[in-house]
Design a protein around this ligand. Structure first.
Ligand code: AMP
Ligand code: MG
Length: 325
């Protein structure tokens, strides 16, 4: 069986194809890049997706050496995401499904991130730390759903790093440069904000920005930010492991590129006798293959798509019934 998946929630348009063994046969993608210094304007990203979509779908079909009639279903990213971008994905999915005469399956973008991370690491029943630009969540599967055990109460940890980077005139995205600078800095104290199982980054960011204005060395601030943010993430992840009694941790999202974060999680897991694996970086970012894979899981579980499908910009991870586990 083959499923083609379409991703279009934010800056990336992706078209990916997987088979029923979880092999990725195609993974074509292209990212909208706003002009330097600007955030994403939803309409501009949607225009990019409209322009690039047809070409990327065609490329995926060629890479997988398939024709439309060979597909068993089309999957699309239903949400969460930017409405104009989601609409482009839905339209592309509808027209492909009509062309192939096959069902159109809605996929929750966040759940697709979790499932491709499980597929890639082969860990079965993990606690997942999902840390990207806009998201920071500690998630695990329990009683039929992916439950969010802890999350940020304000910005995602990646955004907090990027905001600090903008103030310090670092290139965007700032995470990699902050990591490089941190390796030759030394720690000085910043506030530490864990509230129950939730985290908050914006007050720490404000404190770091104040120190920056008062002339604190940039490398020291980078080191202190990393140590503080990542210790908070590791603490909440450890508490989730203990609460749900699981023994595996997966790290995913763009911030998974950070070696210091991987090191802290690895140490914590070793001390508890748990396994830790980061998702391979290629599948930490937005892509069509992850949408295709969750589409395949739903197809195999016999999920029947609703007769009328709409986008769901505010879809939550725990809104989804996980029928395939
Ligand atoms: P995503 O939203 O999943 O595409 O991930 C992008 C985010 O990952 C941005 O906020 C980046 O600053 C962050 N990021 C990328 N590489 C690193 C790194 N080495 N250390 C920390 N954050 C990073
Ligand atoms: Mg994403």
């Amino acid at each position: 069986m083959f499923v083609l998946g379409i991703e279009s929630t934010a800056h990336t348009f992706g078209a990916g194809i997987v088979d029923d063994q979880g092999r990725i046969l195609a993974d074509a993608r292209d990212m909208f890049k706003p002009p330097a210094g600007w955030g994403i304007k939803p309409q501009d990203a949607a225009a990019h997706h409209r322009e690039a979509g047809g070409r990327l779908v065609q490329q995926a079909m060629e890479d997988a050496r398939l024709r439309a009639a060979d597909l068993d279903a089309i999957a699309f990213s239903q949400g969460a995401g930017l409405p104009p971008c989601l609409r482009v994905g839905l339209e592309a999915g509808r027209s492909l499904a009509a062309q192939a005469g096959k069902p159109l399956i809605p996929v929750c973008h966040q759940v697709a991130h979790l499932e491709i991370a499980r597929l890639q690491t082969r860990l079965q029943d993990p606690v997942i730390l999902y840390v990207s630009g806009g998201n920071t969540q500690v998630i695990s599967h329990l009683a039929g759903r992916y439950r969010v055990f802890g999350e940020t109460q304000d910005v995602g940890v990646g955004n907090a790093l990027d905001k600090f980077g903008r103030a310090a005139a670092l290139a965007f995205p700032a995470g990699p440069e902050i990591e490089r600078l941190a390796s030759r800095g030394s720690y000085s104290e910043l506030p530490y904000v864990v509230k129950g199982m939730d985290l908050s980054f914006s007050g720490i960011l404000t404190a770091a920005l104040q120190k920056l204005r008062h002339g604190a060395p940039l490398a020291d601030l980078c080191c202190s930010l990393q140590e503080t943010f990542f210790a908070m993430l590791t603490e909440v992840t450890e508490r989730a492991l203990a609460h749900v009694g699981k023994e595996e941790v997966i790290l995913t999202g763009g911030v998974a590129a950070n070696q210091r974060l991987c090191q802290m999680l690895d140490t914590m897991c070793r001390e508890r006798g748990a396994r830790f694996l980061p998702c391979p970086l290629r599948y930490c970012g937005d892509n069509g293959a992850m949408i295709a894979w969750n589409g395949m899981q739903q197809l195999q579980a016999g999920n029947l798509p609703a007769p009328s499908l709409e986008i769901r910009p505010r879809l939550r991870t725990d809104d989804v019934d996980v029928a395939w586990l």
